[in-house]
Ligand binder design. Structure first.
Ligand code: SAM
Length: 243
């Protein structure tokens, strides 16, 4: 497991992601809209939510803004990320932040005994785990859901062929470049391209195909499993625990 020395714990990668990458994610608003639509349809009155690998809390915050949630837990293992989340969540009395590493099942011990969540979301986080751990984590998530609860994973997934991976990379670089131009940076697209391929966190990605991950969810017992939205390697998938 990579968590102990993960670059995600560093101030520099946290800043780079929050200031230079999150805003460049293609179709980010659509991803969140669809996430909210599914919650609205299947669990319109969520009382308790969990944002796993929350970063600055963007996904959980979208839920808090839309639904009247009485308890929201934000989990991450990176102090700089949690500091950003804390700032963004100041106005939400129902938000609680916990520094936890979900790389091993021990993280469950830090949760209140018997706690259940109506919605669990995760954004671009679980792909840092080896596949065997992804699958056991999905099982743990299933156990943590209330009856009828939903799990929605907005995730970086594997391309099915190297040719598609190359298209995704180029598409993402277009978006990074446009975002940085809008932010007033003057660097060339070539520079963005070079930095993208040399990015330090790339080695921590353990991407798995979305259809394989959906099958794991079905095996665990999730219902209505699907990939609800996908553009190349960016996928929103999940399922619900039958009530
Ligand atoms: C790419 S960021 C995404 C942040 C946010 N979810 C979003 O959608 O923008 C990945 C986040 O997952 C967190 N993370 C990665 N591995 C983790 C682990 N094993 N336990 C807890 N948090 C983890 C990182 O610290 C980082 O904040």
């Amino acid at each position: 497991m990579i968590s102990k020395d993960s670059r995600w714990r560093s101030e520099s990668l946290s800043r780079t992601y929050l200031e230079g990458v999150r805003g460049a994610i293609p179709l980010a608003d659509a991803q969140i809209d669809i996430m909210l639509k599914i919650v609205e349809q299947w669990r319109p009155d969520p009382d308790t939510i969990l944002d796993l690998g929350c970063g600055d809390g963007i996904l959980g915050r979208a839920l808090l803004d839309r639904f009247s949630v009485s308890r929201a837990l934000f989990v991450d293992f990176s102090q700089p990320m949690l500091d950003s989340a804390k700032k963004n969540l100041e106005q939400y009395e129902q938000a609680q932040i916990k520094k936890l590493d979900y790389a091993s099942p021990n993280w469950l011990e830090a949760l209140p005994a018997g706690v259940r969540f109506d919605v669990i979301v995760s954004g671009f986080s679980i792909h840092h785990q080896p596949d065997s751990r992804k699958k056991t984590l999905y099982q743990e998530i299933y156990e943590l859901l209330s009856e009828g609860g939903l799990f929605l994973n907005l995730e970086h997934v594997a391309s099915s062929t190297p040719a598609l991976e190359a298209v995704f990379d180029d598409y993402f670089i277009d978006h990074l470049y446009a975002y940085r131009q809008r932010a007033g940076e003057t660097g060339s697209r070539e520079l963005v391209n070079q930095r993208y391929y040399a990015r330090p966190d790339k080695t921590e990605n353990i991407l798995a195909a979305v259809d394989i991950q959906c099958n794991w969810l079905r095996e665990i017992g999730f219902a209505d499993v699907d990939c609800y939205f996908k553009v190349f390697e960016l996928a929103l998938f999940g399922g619900r625990k039958q009530g």
